[in-house]
Ligand binder design. Sequence first.
Ligand SMILES: *Cc1c(COP(=O)(O)O)cnc(C)c1O
Length: 396
Amino acid sequence: METYQQPTSQGYYGRFGGAYIPEMLHRNVEELQRQYLEIMGDPVFQQEFRELLADYVGRPTPLFLAERLSEKHRTNIYLKREDLCHTGAHKINNTIGQILLAQRLGKQRIIAETGAGQHGVATATVCALKGIECIVYMGEKDIERQAPNVARMKMLGAKVVPATSGSKTLKDATNEAIRDWINHPNDTHYIIGSVVGPHPYPDMVARFQSVISEEIRKQLQQKTGRELPTHVIACVGGGSNAAGAFYHFLDELEVKLVAVEAAGHGVHSGLSAATTALGKPGILHGSKSLLMQTADGQVVEPHSISAGLDYPGIGPLHAHLFESGRGTFLSATDDEALQSAFEVARLEGIIPALETAHAFAALNQLEFKPTDNVVVCLSGRGDKDLATYMKAMDMA
Ligand SMILES: *Cc1c(COP(=O)(O)O)cnc(C)c1O
């Protein structure tokens, strides 16, 4: 049977994925490829992972029937509350998994790159928890724009290193992290924050995040007597919260999987991050996927009001879900996302992250039956976006 869940042994989902890396990284990446499934499959590892998810992250996160939102859309809408995770989003599910894996591999040093700082904070958090040295590369421009997250990382004991080349943003921070890894092949693990990067990262991160859909299945069964929802809706930057929310439904073909990208000022405005609408196959961060690029293959600088969706690519799993038709790919503009954030705040008393607001905006683009069970992955909370929300209120 064809499976959407698992890539081939070389890390391919359809024609996307693989490991396109410089020679100097082969040893590190190969070590991971060889060992990740064995380590993750070890019952002692699983027990430690599950215990931290329960006692440190606060899992299982609730599945909440959003009654007023459901009423508006004349259906049943359930919110998977990843916003209630420690540090305020789903990202910590993955960093907990990877720090335990790094320990098993005997690594004493962690590196990461971050754009908005959310992944940097999640990484700094688990490094503090385990007493492991943490270096986070971040574009100089992003360091200025994301001061609160930089402060958090520093308070947690991480060293934040500015990337001063190129556009001084995420792409440049990634280059610095890769350079660091090449220079420290033995003692360092590179924690990638989404289902991107060379094989085995997309599969490894999807597996760590798959706890989201594992819980959804159980919780839906308890609440509705049916373990399969009709729809799962999630926003997509690189695609990790979506991969986690979709994972245990990927091969249940009657479940409609809806991925929502950031359309910025509009898909064709020149200021967007709608990768599947605009992207072409290419290689970014070590894997073959869809990415926004010019005719001669230069990566196009993306735009989104939400820093977490401001990424020119998409993980290979999602590129395959798009191309195969298994996934439905929609997009929401900055303004649509803002409107939805305010709506969810007023209807449900929950201020979602701007990224998540894109997933909510997609509700307006779909048709539901009164008997449908729709799950929205509420990937994170909106505290970090308050300044943007305040600005939007001033303008309204
Ligand atoms: C980082 C982030 C995202 C986007 O990352 P994915 O890997 O696509 O999940 C979405 N929502 C929140 C709250 C985030 O912090």
